[in-house]
Design a protein around this ligand. Structure first.
Ligand SMILES: Nc1ncnc2c1ncn2[C@@H]1O[C@H](COP(=O)(O)OP(=O)(O)OP(=O)(O)O)[C@@H](O)[C@H]1O
Length: 596
C-alpha cells in the first residue's frame, strides 16, 4: 500500500517510521479460568498513516492500545507478551512510552490555564534542550494554527466553575499537548467521543494532516464514526473478542465483506455495518467471514532480538527540562491556579473571616479573666474551636481538590513531563503563603473579640504550622484514596481522633492508658499544647488570682503538657509535616507506577 505521506515531508528528509507488533497476547488469571483479552494480534503501521481501531464494546481496543503504548505490563494476574518494534528495533517500557503521544479518553487538563499556556507547559518541559525557547514558542504557535485553536488560544480551559473552551477545543488541546513533542507514534483513545460529527471530523482531519505532513503513525480507537469521519482513515483494524478480525484499507474491508456475502449497502455507513455484522452473526459465520477477509497489512522486518528483556533503548534526543525549570513552571502554574480561581480565592479569605468573627462573638471576651463569670473551660474552649476550625479549613480544600489534581499529575508524570519532587515542592511553596494568610485572617478575626492574652504572633505561627500539618494529612489521604468521594469519606477517620485528643472533650489523663499513646500521633494535640502554653504561660498568668492560676495549671497538668517542651512540640509538628509529605510522594509515585 502506498504511503500517504506528503512529498514535502519526504523532501525535508523526515524519516518515516514503521511500527509493528507481533503475536501480542494479554491474559488475566480469573482464578478458575484464564481470560484471553488479546489473542495473538499482529500488525504494523507505516509513517503518514492514520488507522482506526474498532470493535464492539469489550473487544479489547483499549487493552491493545495500552499494550502497544507500553502502559500495561505483566503484573500480578495480568500476563502480557509479544514483540513491539519501532523501525525493526524492539522497544518497551519507558523507551516506548517516551516515543508515544497518548491521548486519553478523558480530557485531563488544568482548568485555570489557557490553551496556549497548556501547550507551552508541555513544550517547555517535554521537548529536549536542543530546542531553544524561541523554537518552542514557534512550535506552540504552529500547533495552535494546525489544530485550529488560534481563536481560543488565550481562553481558559475551564471547568464547572470557570467558563472555558468548548469540548472539541478541549479535545484538540489534549491532542496538541501530546503532538508538540513531535512523536513518531500517536495513540488516541476515542478522541471523538462526546463530539458532534463536525467537531469529530475536525479532530481526525487535523490528525490526518499532521500524519501526512510529518510522517508519523496515528492509531486511534473510535466508536460509531460518521461516514465522513471514517473515510478519513487510511486503514482500520477491527477486533472481535480480543482477536483480529480485519486489518487493512477501508475499500479492502468493504470488498472483503462483499465477497463474504455481507456487503455494505450503498446508503449504509461502513463502520456501523461492520459493527452490526460482528454483533448479529453467529460465531461460526464470523469465523468464516474472518477466514475470507483479505487484510492488506504489511509487516515490518523481523527483529533480531525478539524478546522484551533484550529490548534495546533507542537513542534519546537530548536532555529535557532540568529541576529548576520544572520547579519554576510548576510553581507558576500552581500560583496561577490559586490566583485565577477567583471564587476559590474570595472564599479562602471571606469564609475564615466571617466564620471566626461569628465564633468569636459566641466566645466574646472569654479570655478576659477580670470579667465576672470567667471560666477556664470557656477560655480554653474559645482557643480550641479556632484551632479545630483551622484544621478543617486547611484540610477541606485539599480533600476536595487534590484527587482531581492527581489525574493531571498522573498524566504528566506518566509522560515524564516532570518528577514527583518538583511537583510536591511547588505545591508546598504556593501553599505556605496561603496557609499563613489564612492563619493571620483567622486570628485577626478571633483574637481581639475573644479577649485572649497570649502572643498574637505566636497564635498565627502555631495555627500556620498546625494548618500545614492538617493540609499534609489531607494530601496523603488524597494520594491514597481512589477518588475525591473516597477521600471525603475517609477524612473523618483521620481528623475526628485529632479532636478527641485535643484535650477539650476529654483530658488526656482520663483517656485509658492503652489508648493514650495515640495522642502523640495527632498534629492538633501538639498545636493545642503550644496554644495552651501561649495563652496560659507563667508570664501571662503571674498576676492572676491564685484560684484562676490553679485552674489553668490543673488544666495543663491534666493534658500532660510539659511547659518546657515548646520547641519539642514545634519540632514534632514539623516532623509530622515532613514524614506525611514524604509518604504522599511515595503513595503518588506508587499510584503512578500502577498507572501504566
Ligand atoms: N485487568 C483486567 N482484568 C480483567 N478483565 C479485564 C482487564 N482489562 C480488560 N479486561 C476485560 O477485557 C475486555 C476488553 O476490555 P477493553 O477495555 O480493552 O475493551 P474495549 O474494546 O476498549 O471496550 P469499550 O469499547 O467498551 O471501551 C473487557 O471484557 C474487559 O472487562
Amino acid at each position: 500500500m502506498a504511503t500517504a505521506v506528503s512529498p514535502e515531508a519526504l523532501e525535508e528528509g523526515k524519516k518515516l517510521s514503521n511500527f509493528s507488533w507481533r503475536s501480542v497476547n494479554m491474559t488475566v488469571d480469573m482464578g478458575k479460568e484464564k481470560k484471553n483479552i488479546l489473542n495473538d494480534i499482529s500488525g504494523s503501521l507505516k509513517g503518514g498513516e492514520v488507522c482506526a481501531l474498532m470493535g464492539p464494546s469489550g473487544a479489547g481496543k483499549t487493552s491493545l492500545l495500552n499494550v502497544l503504548a507500553g502502559r500495561v505490563r505483566s503484573r500480578g494476574k495480568v500476563l502480557v507478551n509479544g514483540n513491539i518494534l519501532l523501525d525493526g528495533l524492539p522497544v518497551s517500557g519507558s523507551s516506548l512510552r517516551k516515543r508515544i503521544a497518548y491521548v486519553m479518553q478523558q480530557d485531563i487538563l488544568t482548568p485555570t490555564q489557557t490553551v496556549r499556556e497548556s501547550l507551552w507547559f508541555s513544550a517547555n518541559l517535554r521537548l529536549p534542550n536542543t530546542y531553544t525557547r524561541e523554537d518552542k514558542q514557534q512550535m506552540v504557535e504552529k500547533m495552535l494554527k494546525d489544530l485550529g485553536l488560534e481563536k481560543c488560544a488565550d481562553t481558559f480551559i475551564g471547568d464547572d466553575m470557570i467558563r472555558g473552551v468548548s469540548g472539541g477545543e478541549k479535545k484538540r488541546t489534549c491532542v496538541g499537548i501530546e503532538l508538540i513533542m513531535k512523536p513518531k507514534l500517536i495513540f488516541l483513545d476515542e478522541p471523538t467521543s462526546g463530539l458532534d460529527s463536525y467537531a469529530a471530523h475536525n479532530v481526525v482531519m487535523r490528525l490526518k494532516d499532521m500524519a501526512h505532513h510529518d510522517g508519523c503513525n496515528v492509531l486511534c480507537t473510535i466508536h460509531q464514526p460518521s461516514s465522513e469521519v471514517f473515510h478519513l482513515f487510511d486503514r482500520t483494524m477491527v477486533l472481535r473478542s480480543g482477536k483480529l478480525f480485519y486489518f487493512g484499507s477501508l475499500p479492502g474491508l468493504s470488498e472483503s465483506l462483499h465477497s463474504a456475502g455481507k456487503g455494505c449497502p450503498n446508503e449504509f455507513n461502513l463502520a456501523d455495518h461492520v459493527m452490526f455484522v460482528l454483533q448479529t452473526e453467529s460465531g461460526d459465520a464470523l469465523d468464516k467471514i474472518e477466514a475470507s477477509m483479505k487484510g492488506d497489512q504489511t509487516m515490518a522486518e523481523e527483529p533480531s532480538m525478539p524478546n522484551d528483556k533484550s529490548a534495546m533503548t533507542l537513542k534519546m534526543d537530548g536532555a529535557h527540562a532540568g529541576f529548576c525549570t520544572q520547579l519554576y513552571a510548576l510553581s507558576k502554574r500552581e500560583a496561577q491556579n490559586v490566583w485565577r480561581d477567583k471564587a476559590g480565592l474570595i472564599a479562602s479569605v471571606m469564609v475564615p473571616l466571617i466564620l471566626n468573627v461569628f465564633f468569636a462573638c459566641i466566645f466574646f471576651q472569654v479570655g478576659d479573666n477580670t470579667r465576672s463569670g470567667w471560666s477556664a473551660g470557656s477560655h480554653f474552649g474559645g482557643m480550641t474551636q479556632v484551632a479545630i476550625g483551622g484544621m478543617f479549613g486547611a484540610a477541606q480544600p485539599l480533600l476536595l481538590k487534590f484527587p482531581l489534581d492527581r489525574g493531571i499529575f498522573l498524566r504528566e508524570y506518566a509522560t515524564q513531563t516532570y518528577g514527583a519532587a518538583p511537583y510536591f515542592i511547588a505545591k508546598s511553596m504556593v501553599e505556605l503563603p496561603q496557609t499563613f494568610l489564612n492563619a493571620a485572617i483567622t486570628w485577626a478575626a478571633a483574637y481581639f473579640l475573644m479577649g485572649l492574652q497570649g502572643s498574637f504572633i505566636m497564635y498565627v505561627l502555631i495555627f500556620w504550622l498546625t494548618g500545614i500539618a492538617a493540609a499534609s494529612t489531607a494530601l496523603l489521604v488524597g494520594c491514597i484514596a481512589s477518588n475525591a468521594e473516597v477521600a471525603q469519606q475517609a477524612a473523618p477517620a483521620v481528623f475526628v481522633p485529632q479532636l478527641l485528643f485535643a484535650g477539650f472533650f476529654i483530658q488526656a489523663e482520663q483517656i485509658p492508658i492503652w489508648l493514650r499513646w495515640a495522642q502523640y500521633t495527632c498534629a492538633l494535640k501538639y498545636g493545642m499544647n503550644l496554644n495552651i502554653m501561649n495563652e496560659f504561660g507563667a508570664e501571662t498568668i503571674k498576676d492572676w488570682p491564685l484560684e484562676q492560676q490553679m485552674a489553668v495549671t490543673k488544666f495543663i497538668y491534666m493534658n500532660e503538657i510539659n511547659v518546657d517542651h515548646g520547641w519539642i512540640y514545634a519540632g514534632i509538628l514539623l516532623a509530622i509535616v515532613a514524614v506525611v509529605r514524604m509518604l504522599s510522594v511515595f503513595a503518588l509515585a506508587k499510584r503512578a507506577a500502577a498507572f501504566f
